[in-house]
Design a protein around this ligand. Structure first.
Ligand SMILES: Cc1cc2nc3c(=O)[nH]c(=O)nc-3n(C[C@H](O)[C@H](O)[C@H](O)COP(=O)(O)OP(=O)(O)OC[C@H]3O[C@@H](n4cnc5c(N)ncnc54)[C@H](O)[C@@H]3O)c2cc1C
Length: 427
């Protein structure tokens, strides 16, 4: 359920940070074991990055339906209190328990009351009521969320008067809270590093041209919910005939992200197969280092894709950039001869740059001082622990929940043959 303020006085609960699939499954497992949970999510809804996907491999089922029903179970559980718009700034310990420092961003419109009827938007004389974050208007998978654009709002209150359910409070202010908890499970997932972040590899051109897309931007661009007509370039509506998928871009690279992001080979294959299904005549080249398909059903999925007429090139392009004559140019070594060649595509999708979200405890607080995290009782689950697909993240979330319950049981003097201290910790 959405958090009731009285619940914040209860000390005996586990804090789960991040409402993606790993965090939601950690919370549901804890609740199934009769443990109270505070599930904190910085966005306006649960679901994490999976909610931004169109389909999920290896079944090609709708990402939204699966994820949303899990989110619904979290909202409906009496043992799970959900705090949205809330970020964990850090943890500290007094030796007895853990104190979590949270900041709750006040959305001005209570999402649990809002009916999305649009009455506020019609009443506002300044056009300050927006549907969804404008930075995400391209993302049709997100549920609609009304918000107030504070740059345009002059506080006249006509929207609040027009709202039939009293969901708008223009006086509301952000709040910082200290919440005591017994254990913490971080499930903060991943983010795509933006230009300027040292984890971002500039040679692959993301952020420099609209036809060079990150994998997540591609998911939104080809989302079936936006229609199924012929594919046109994001830059100028030119019809798309040639697409390049560039794997391991910035990943397995000590300068940026030293690890394999584990999911990119499979999701590039998924994206390429969906494009082929939509427009069979497309020329699709997939540049890879080695194609990895480690999970259940994935090898079959990969082979089926390879048989659908994709050009699979074992080569790692060193440069992706807008070409002078139009389109996107790639420089790569020809797999057969090793000779450097250039080729122009209408669109390039850059895969591999998935950075683990930095843990809040390593970030300084508002006053600039870092907060120490107690390693006892602090665990990590999902992509922020180790790059993993949905199935792996779900399993990890549930497993860390069981580890937290065992630790609590032992700390309370209960007998247990396993050693919960040996469970992976956040440090
Ligand atoms: C383009 C692309 C396509 C993919 N396709 C597939 C697919 O088809 N099939 C598949 O199995 N996998 C796929 N994956 C992988 C899948 O997205 C991940 O396995 C999954 O998102 C991991 O879930 P998670 O809960 O660990 O993290 P996330 O989904 O990243 O969720 C983390 C959550 O934590 C929140 N958070 C972060 N920091 C804080 C904080 N300080 N305080 C509060 N909240 C915080 C975030 O807002 C987010 O909601 C794909 C990945 C990409 C990039």
């Amino acid at each position: 359920m959405l958090c009731d303020r009285n619940f914040l006085d209860d000390h005996d609960r586990v804090l789960v940070v991040g409402g993606g699939v790993a965090g939601m499954h950690a919370a549901l497992t804890l609740a199934a074991l009769d443990v109270s949970v505070l599930l904190v999510e910085k966005n306006a809804h649960l679901g994490g990055n999976v909610l931004r996907l169109d389909k999920v491999y290896p079944t090609d089922h709708c990402a939204f339906c699966q994820t949303w029903s899990t989110a619904r179970q979290c909202y409906d559980s009496p043992l799970i209190q959900v705090l949205l718009h809330t970020e964990v700034l850090g943890l500290s310990t007094d030796g007895e328990g853990i104190q979590a420092r949270l900041t709750m961003r006040c959305p001005l419109i209570d999402p649990s009351l809002c009916l999305f009827c649009g009455a506020c938007r019609n009443a506002c004389p300044h056009g300050a009521l927006l549907e969804r974050d404008p930075a995400r208007t391209w993302d049709p998978a997100l549920p609609p969320v009304m918000r107030v654009d504070q740059a345009r709002c002059n506080g006249c209150g006509q929207c609040a008067q027009a709202c039939p359910v009293g969901a708008i409070n223009l006086e509301a202010k952000d709040e910082e809270l200290i919440v005591p908890v017994t254990d913490v499970i971080y499930a903060t997932g991943f983010e795509e590093p933006q230009p300027g972040d040292p984890r971002h590899a500039p040679e692959f051109g993301t952020g420099s041209h609209p036809d060079i897309l990150t994998a997540m931007e591609f998911e939104a661009w080809q989302n079936e919910g936006r229609g199924l007509g012929p594919l046109c370039t994001p830059s100028g509506g030119k019809s798309v005939r040639k697409v390049a998928f560039v794997q391991c871009a910035g990943a397995r690279d000590r300068r940026h992200l030293p690890y394999c992001a584990a999911v990119c080979c499979m999701h590039a294959m998924k994206q390429a197969r969906w494009l082929k299904r939509r427009q069979p005549a497309l020329d699709i080249a997939l540049f890879y280092t080695d194609l990895r398909a480690p999970g259940a059903g994935q090898e079959r999925y990969m082979r089926a894709g390879a048989a659908e007429g994709l050009r699979l090139l074992r080569s790692r392009p060193g440069l992706v950039m807008a070409a002078e004559q139009g389109g996107v140019g790639l420089r790569y070594a020809q797999p057969e001869t090793g000779r450097p060649v250039g080729e122009i595509f209408d669109l390039a999708v850059i895969n591999g740059g998935l950075g683990q979200c930095p843990l809040p405890s390593s970030r300084p607080g508002a006053d600039g001082t870092p907060h120490s995290a107690s390693p006892v009782g602090v665990l990590k689950a999902g992509f922020c622990d180790e790059p993993a697909d949905v199935a792996g993240s779900v399993i990890q979330g549930a497993a860390r929940a069981v580890a937290a319950v065992l630790r609590r049981h032992t700390a309370a003097g209960g007998g247990c043959s396993s050693n919960p201290q040996s469970a992976p910790s956040a440090d």
